[in-house]
Design a protein around this ligand. Structure first.
Ligand SMILES: [Ca+2]
Ligand SMILES: [Ca+2]
Ligand SMILES: [Ca+2]
Ligand SMILES: [Ca+2]
Length: 318
C-alpha cells in the first residue's frame, strides 16, 4: 500500500490552518524522529510515521479505518503543500542544507536576567553552535555552545549557553576590533531573503560584546551601536555563561538616520533567516576561533557578516 518509509510531523498550527496556509509544510516534514516513537493518532498534532510494516500491522489488527485515515491525512498534507506551491519556502539565495528552527511562542516573555529558569524556555529545543568557521580543531574545554529561541509578537528571545575557558575584552572601545574579543554574534534576516547585507540592512549581524553592547556595520560602512535593538544580560552559572537576549526585529527598510523606525510585529508562521556564532579569543591578538550554528562549505567560511544566504531558517510556531 505504502512503499515509502518516512516520518511526517504535523504541528498544531498546520492542522488549524491546513487549507489556508501550509506553504512551509513540505520542507518541514523531513524532521527525523525515531521510527515508531509516536503512536499514530490521525487527526491530532504529533509525529506520524508510515512504513510497509506499520500498515501491515494495522491491517492485521483489523484497523483498516486507521490505515485509511492516516493515508487521507498524508494525502491532504501533500495536496495542501502542492496547492501552496505558489508560495513555498523560498530557499533560493541560500546555501543547501540550512538548519530549520521551529521557535515556540512564549505566553510570558522570558525575563532578561541571565537566569534560564523562565517557563518559556522549557518548550524550546536546544541547537548546537558547533561549526568551526575560523581556527583549528577545538578542544571541548576551550568552547562549547548551544542556544534556544522563543518569541512574542513584540520580540525574539534567545537563550545561549556558552562554555568558554577564558573570557576576554581586550578592546575596551566596543567599536574597535570587536570581533577579536569574546562576543556573541546574532544574525537576523527578517524576510529570509538571503543576499548581501554587508553595508545595508537586508539583514543584521549584531555583535554582542561582554559589556552587552550590540554593534553592526551601518549603511555608512562604519561600525555603530544598535543597542536600542537588543537587550541582553549574561551571568556565570557554574562553568557556563548564560546569555539571555531580546531582539527587536527590523526589516530591510530600516534607516540609520531615521527617527521613525518601527520593529516588525511577529506572528505564527513567519519565516526569517537566523544564525548564531561566537568569537572565542582567550589570549591572542586576533580571535582564536569563530564557531557558528550553520555549516559553511568551502575555504571561505567567515562570510556570514556579508552573505545572508548562509543563515538558517527560523520559523515562528504557536
Ligand atoms: Ca531569565
Ligand atoms: Ca576559549
Ligand atoms: Ca532580507
Ligand atoms: Ca574566550
Amino acid at each position: 500500500m505504502c512503499k515509502t518509509r518516512g516520518v511526517i510531523t504535523v504541528r498544531h498550527h498546520i492542522l488549524q490552518h491546513l487549507l489556508a496556509n501550509v506553504s512551509a509544510t513540505i520542507p518541514l516534514v523531513a524532521r527525523p524522529v525515531r521510527l515508531g516513537a509516536t503512536t499514530c493518532e490521525p487527526g491530532t498534532p504529533g509525529t506520524y510515521f508510515w512504513s510497509p510494516a506499520y500498515f501491515a500491522k494495522l491491517t492485521a489488527a483489523g484497523k483498516v479505518m486507521d490505515c485509511i485515515r492516516t493515508l487521507q491525512l498524508l494525502l491532504l498534507l501533500t495536496a495542501s503543500g502542492a496547492a501552496a506551491a505558489g508560495q513555498p519556502l523560498d530557499t533560493r539565495g541560500h546555501d543547501p542544507d540550512r538548519t530549520h528552527y521551529l521557535a515556540p511562542r512564549a505566553d510570558i516573555a522570558p525575563e532578561i536576567d541571565g537566569i534560564a529558569d523562565d517557563e518559556a524556555w522549557m518548550t524550546a529545543d536546544w541547537r548546537p553552535i558547533d561549526n568551526i568557521w575560523l581556527g583549528g580543531p577545538l578542544d571541548a574545554g576551550d568552547f562549547q555552545g548551544r542556544y534556544k529561541l522563543v518569541w512574542t509578537p513584540q520580540r525574539l528571545y534567545l537563550l545561549v549557553e556558552i562554555l568558554d575557558d577564558v573570557l576576554v575584552d581586550f578592546h575596551r572601545d566596543p567599536l574597535q576590533q570587536y570581533w577579536d574579543d569574546d562576543c556573541l554574534e546574532i544574525f537576523i534576516d527578517e524576510d529570509h531573503s538571503g543576499g548581501n547585507h554587508q553595508y545595508n540592512h537586508n539583514a543584521f549581524a549584531y555583535h554582542l560584546s561582554l559589556d552587552n553592547q550590540a554593534i553592526d556595520i551601518g549603511t555608512n560602512r562604519k561600525a555603530q551601536h544598535y543597542n536600542h535593538h537588543v537587550t541582553s544580560k549574561w551571568r556565570q552559572t557554574g562553568d557556563h555563561v548564560i546569555w539571555e537576549v531580546a531582539v527587536d526585529v527590523y526589516d530591510d527598510q530600516y534607516s540609520d538616520s531615521g527617527a521613525n523606525n518601527q520593529p516588525v510585529a511577529l506572528h505564527a508562521g513567519k519565516i526569517m533567516g537566523f544564525m548564531l556564532a561566537y568569537c572565542d579569543n582567550d589570549r591572542s591578538e586576533l580571535r582564536e576561533h569563530f564557531i557558528g550554528s550553520e555549516h559553511a562549505a568551502g575555504d571561505h567560511k567567515d562570510r556570514g557578516w556579508i552573505d545572508a544566504g548562509l543563515f538558517g531558517t527560523l520559523e515562528l510556531a504557536e
